[in-house]
Design a protein around this ligand. Structure first.
Ligand SMILES: CC/C=C\C/C=C\C/C=C\C=C\CC(=O)SCCNC(=O)CCNC(=O)[C@H](O)C(C)(C)COP(=O)(O)OP(=O)(O)OC[C@H]1O[C@@H](n2cnc3c(N)ncnc32)[C@H](O)[C@@H]1OP(=O)(O)O
Length: 299
């Protein structure tokens, strides 16, 4: 038993290769940590069921769960808290807003800001990915709506993906459509999920796939009616948790650790790359034009 407990605590540290780096905003205090084991801050709500050892984490950044610096920071601190909680074995990641899982990175964080801001933002994006992709827990994405770009990345970081069965909802890495380029670790995550050939085509075209198409090539694992997404995620979680933790926890990094290590080895260079890319006038123009198109869509 003691050996299992050691494994449970030490595996994430090994997998993450010492990535417990925190931005200053990460240190913001928890609003509450109640005895019923619900905790929340502005953008992340966590409900922990102690009887099952499963936490449900809801992103709540209306209207579209844009992955802002604040949300990403709260996400990483919440995940870290669960990761070191020996009572928590599984995480279901979902959205508190109907119809959108996450619109991906908050584009306003990448427009008209300083180089220092871009660097802090990108570090928070990296941190989210390192923690979620490298998590020692069973992670299931309950994708209850559209999930472009960074939203798709988060879903792909999970061990299993259940999506609302509607052609209205689409998922994919659409970066090239915005005139930007998915970094190598986004590409690695997609390759890990669906293989090289599909990734090559999807990334070049910036393709978004309606849920039924995404199921066909394994970008998601299961489609269910919208109102059954959460309950199906809980059932799938029970199945995953029937496997002994120690065996599963040793198996997962066999596949994921080399992918995690690739970014860990070049985090600073990746940040520099992002800052220099996103600061270019031509890229700023592309992003601004994309934001204008999004707003015009409504009129
Ligand atoms: C060489 C390489 C080196 C380094 C790497 C370099 C670069 C990599 C850089 C970045 C990687 C980025 C990854 C990303 O995640 S970019 C974000 C991409 N996201 C999208 O394209 C999603 C766009 N949004 C939508 O498609 C839709 O909003 C929707 C399907 C999610 C929801 O549709 P709805 O009809 O329900 O809602 P809307 O009316 O469209 O939107 C409401 C509201 O929200 C604003 N908004 C939408 N998405 C975003 C976003 N991602 N960021 C900020 N704001 C967003 C939208 O404009 C509306 O605003 P208003 O109400 O009009 O004010």
């Amino acid at each position: 038993m003691a050996a299992l407990a050691v494994l449970r605590r030490s595996a994430p540290a090994r997998l993450l290769s010492g990535t417990l780096c925190v931005h200053s905003r990460v240190l913001a205090p928890w609003r509450q940590y109640q005895s019923n084991r619900h905790f929340s801050n502005d953008k992340i709500l966590v409900e922990m069921d102690e009887s099952t050892g499963v936490a449900v984490m809801k992103m709540k950044n209306p209207p579209v769960n844009g992955l802002s610096l604040e949300l990403l920071t709260e996400f990483s601190i919440s995940l870290e808290k669960l990761e070191i909680d020996r009572g928590c074995r599984g995480l279901i990641l979902t959205s508190a807003s109907p119809k959108v899982f996450s619109a991906g990175l908050d584009i306003t964080e990448m427009c008209g800001k300083s180089a220092e801001h871009y660097a802090a933002f990108w570090k928070a994006v990296q941190e989210m990915w390192l923690k979620l992709f490298g998590s020692n827990m069973v992670t299931i994405a309950a994708i209850n709506g559209s999930s472009p770009a960074g939203g798709c990345l988060m879903a792909m970081c999970c061990d299993y993906r259940i999506m609302a069965d509607s052609p209205k909802y689409a998922i994919g890495l659409n970066e090239t459509q915005l005139g930007i380029v998915a970094p190598f670790w986004f590409k690695d995550t997609m390759t890990h999920t669906v293989g090289s050939r599909v990734t090559e085509q999807s990334l070049q075209l910036g393709q978004m796939y309606p849920a039924p198409a995404a199921l066909k090539f394994g970008l998601v694992d299961q489609l269910v009616p919208e109102d059954k997404v959460q309950i199906t995620a809980a059932a799938a979680m029970a199945q995953w948790l029937s496997v002994p933790d120690h065996a599963r926890q040793i198996t997962k990094p066999m596949i994921r650790k080399p992918i995690v290590d690739r970014l860990v080895k070049q985090r600073e260079a990746d940040i520099d790359n992002f800052v220099s890319f996103i600061s270019k006038e031509s890229i700023q123009k592309s992003l601004q034009a994309y934001m204008d198109r999004l707003k015009q869509k409504k009129q």
